[in-house]
Design a protein around this ligand. Structure first.
Ligand SMILES: NC(=O)c1ccc[n+]([C@@H]2O[C@H](COP(=O)([O-])OP(=O)(O)OC[C@H]3O[C@@H](n4cnc5c(N)ncnc54)[C@H](O)[C@@H]3O)[C@@H](O)[C@H]2O)c1
Length: 234
């Protein structure tokens, strides 16, 4: 991966930070873009403060990569937020914020980076969620944004192929912050445990690398088997 450049949004925390660390260890030059100005890049990378929902901010980010790195081989659209509220209380501004950060950002990033990605014969990984397919109450904006990501992924794969491959990862419960899962919550997963950010980073590295060259437009559910588990009331 010598000289190859990867851009990871939301790379300052959680899953994005694990992806950044993994690609850095694999020899990529990593640029993280995060709204948090305190976000720390991996050892050989750099950090850009950016709001991925903002058109100008994304344009400036990609122009900076063109100027400083001169190429872009991989784009990981990972930044995301969730607002959990009863639909009666969810304002239009909150709905639009979630759609903007989670879905519109991917449109803005790929549009801005298309020329660089085509030139590099690069790859894109989008990050959706198992919530694109199943729901808890009061998660309408998040579920809609993630369902949109799954559809946007296959649309982009068709439009950008064969130059650029575009695939989606839909994580289940990945432990980034917050309280530790109980033994029962681990055991609920057919794989025997809740996920960790490195589970997503490993698949991302594969989807950005040459061994996945025949894979595009696909969605990979990484949830320890939970969405395959049939559940009836006792
Ligand atoms: N953790 C999980 O269980 C889980 C499950 C399914 C999907 N996901 C998805 O994975 C992705 C990462 O989740 P996470 O758990 O690591 O979240 P996180 O909150 O730990 O990290 C998200 C990162 O995105 C950044 N960010 C948020 N809004 C931004 C914006 N407008 N512009 C730039 N950066 C912004 C944050 O500063 C943060 O660094 C998200 O898209 C999330 O929806 C997570």
């Amino acid at each position: 991966m010598a000289n190859r450049v990867a851009l990871i949004t939301g790379g300052g925390h959680g899953i994005g930070a694990a992806i950044a660390a993994r690609l850095d260890a694999d020899g990529w030059r990593v640029v993280i873009a995060d709204r948090d100005p305190a976000a720390v890049p991996p050892a050989n990378g750099r950090a850009v403060t950016c709001d991925v929902a903002d058109e100008t901010s994304v344009a400036t980010l990609v122009a900076g990569i063109a100027a400083q790195e001169g190429r872009l081989d991989a784009l990981v659209c990972n930044a995301g937020i969730m607002i959990r509220k009863p639909i009666a209380d969810l304002t239009l501004a909150e709905w639009s914020q979630v759609i903007g950060v989670n879905l519109t950002s991917t449109f803005l990033l790929v549009r801005a980076a298309e020329t660089l990605l085509r030139a590099a014969k690069g790859a894109v990984v989008t990050v959706a969620s198992t919530r694109a397919h199943m729901s808890e109450p009061n998660t309408e904006a998040y579920a809609a944004s993630k369902g949109g990501i799954v559809a946007l992924t296959h649309a982009l794969a068709i439009s950008l192929g064969p130059d650029v491959r575009v695939n989606c990862i839909s994580p289940g419960w990945i432990l980034t912050a917050g309280p530790q899962p109980t033994p029962e919550e681990h055991a609920f997963h057919p794989a025997g445990r809740v996920g960790v950010p490195d589970d997503i980073a490993a698949l991302t590295a594969f989807l950005l690398g040459p061994d996945s060259r025949f894979i595009t437009g696909a969605e990979f559910v990484v949830d320890g088997g939970v969405t395959r588990k049939m559940i009836y009331p006792e």
